[in-house]
Design a protein around this ligand. Structure first.
Ligand code: DWN
Ligand code: ZN
Length: 416
């Protein structure tokens, strides 16, 4: 494999440059987080959402991706800290790094890529750890800065790594959560990590896991921002040309099934036996086989048919259906399945920047949570299914009032 930097793929793998072809199309898609003001519907941007699997290096990726500036900007609609469970998750992640990686180190330095509103770095700051967030979306970076979390608004690459290393020295840990899968120039970031990491440092990142996506048919993980869906196999191969070795893997329940990968300069750390076990599991699951993706495609089509049959039936029974959580993921489901405001009256979301806007593509109104709570619908379509435990716990009143959830992961069902 070549470690050549490649951000525009033109039918080639973004990591190893082998030729790739899409195994399916989700059709014409808008920007997943492109919530529109009612006066913005005229010139909406669309692209074709086509995933591909590289048989040469095992990387699952998008063939076409909109310009980063169209997705990550000063109006970026996702604030990490909206979920209490996620806040607890990142607190635990930070403390695990402080208590293990940083144990016995003098003045460790941690860099987080895509630090969003500071959901994880605040715990390093609170413990007096030298830290730096790198966050290209200015609005969420401002939230972090306003809380005293050191943050620069930039895209991370080899040049920025040089600059950080010159100004602040090498990093003991580089972290990224739900970020690496967003960066098309993975080799460029790997080169930056290689440059910035100390010889005894670690690079830890977590992202939605390919194995979970395939097993649960959670195809909504595929949208413009997620240019890659990683597996241990593809991560190991992608970073090896940069002298970075996969030394540990740790499954996470977050975002519907994620994996935390730990990489370190080759030979600097013992490789956990969990790595070889995970690689073997992935081979058994067929994650390196093209046929697996053809089956996944059939599963997506079946899921779409079942969901539309359910929504069509509820519509003909004149039931009120409201979407719960205007997630990025919902943009794929809504537009791939053909869900319209006739099926879903509005989508309830707690994020102020999304409220009063229209969902990308289908233009379903997004309303404040109060609208959901003040008059419960008959059914709530759970777009934020990855937060199901937290949501179903706090929405016991909705079910007690006779409300039912429509879910579609791992299967389409109506549950209470
Ligand atoms: O990778 C990404 C992940 C980490 O976050 C990004 N590309 C963008 C984003 O994806 P998402 O929008 O699919 O993430 P969530 O966390 O599933 O979004 C949850 C949405 O639901 C937010 O808009 C907040 C909303 N929400 C709500 O209205 N009530 C969430 C909870 C927990 C709630 O109770
Ligand atoms: Zn490849």
């Amino acid at each position: 494999m070549s470690p050549k930097v490649k951000s525009a793929n033109n039918g080639h793998c973004r990591v190893c440059s082998a030729r790739i072809t899409p195994f399916m199309s989700f059709g014409r898609m808008p920007i997943a987080n492109g919530f529109l003001r009612p006066d913005q519907t005229e010139n909406e941007y669309f692209f074709e959402l086509t995933p591909a699997f590289c048989e040469a290096c095992g990387m699952f990726q998008l063939l076409e991706q909109p310009d980063p500036q169209k997705m990550f900007h000063e109006q970026y609609a996702f604030y990490s800290s909206t979920s209490h469970y996620m806040q607890a998750h990142f607190e635990a992640f930070a403390h695990a790094v402080i208590n293990t990686v940083f144990a016995g180190r003098d003045e460790p330095f941690v860099v987080e890529l895509g630090s969003n509103d500071g959901i994880m770095l605040r715990h390093f700051k609170d413990r007096g750890v030298r830290h730096l967030g790198v966050e290209p979306s200015a609005n969420v970076a401002d939230v972090a800065r306003s809380q005293g979390i050191s943050t620069i608004s930039a895209f991370f690459d080899r040049g920025l790594a040089d600059q950080i290393a010159a100004d602040q020295g090498g990093a003991d840990a580089i972290l990224a959560a739900n970020v690496m899968c967003h960066i098309p120039d993975l080799p460029g970031v790997a080169a930056g990590v290689q440059r910035l990491l100390k010889a005894d440092g670690v690079f830890m990142f977590e992202d939605p896991y390919l194995g979970d996506m395939i097993a649960k048919t959670s195809y909504d993980q595929i949208y413009d921002e997620h240019v890659f869906i990683f597996s241990a196999t593809s991560v190991q191969r992608a970073f090896a040309p940069f002298g970075l070795e996969l030394v540990d893997v740790m499954p996470q329940i977050t975002h519907g099934g994620s994996m935390r990968y730990t990489l370190a300069p080759k030979g600097s750390r013992q490789v956990s036996k969990k790595v070889s076990e995970q690689l073997a599991k992935e081979a058994a699951l067929g994650l390196d086989q093209a046929e697996t993706y053809l089956q996944f495609r059939a599963n997506c089509e079946n899921s779409r048919a079942a969901l539309m049959q359910t929504l069509g039936r509820l519509r003909s029974q004149q039931k009120r259906v409201v979407g719960y959580g205007a997630t990025s993921k919902s943009t794929t489901v809504i537009n791939y399945c053909g869900i319209t405001p006739e099926h879903v009256e509005f989508i309830s979301d707690t994020t102020p920047i999304k409220q009063g806007r229209l969902s990308p593509g289908a233009h379903i109104p997004v309303k404040a949570y109060g609208e959901f709570a003040k008059r419960y619908p008959d059914y709530a379509l759970l777009f934020a299914w990855n937060h199901a435990a937290e949501i179903r716990e706090k929405e016991a009143g909705f079910v007690a009032a006779g409300g039912r959830w429509v879910v579609y992961v791992p299967e389409v069902a109506i549950v209470s």
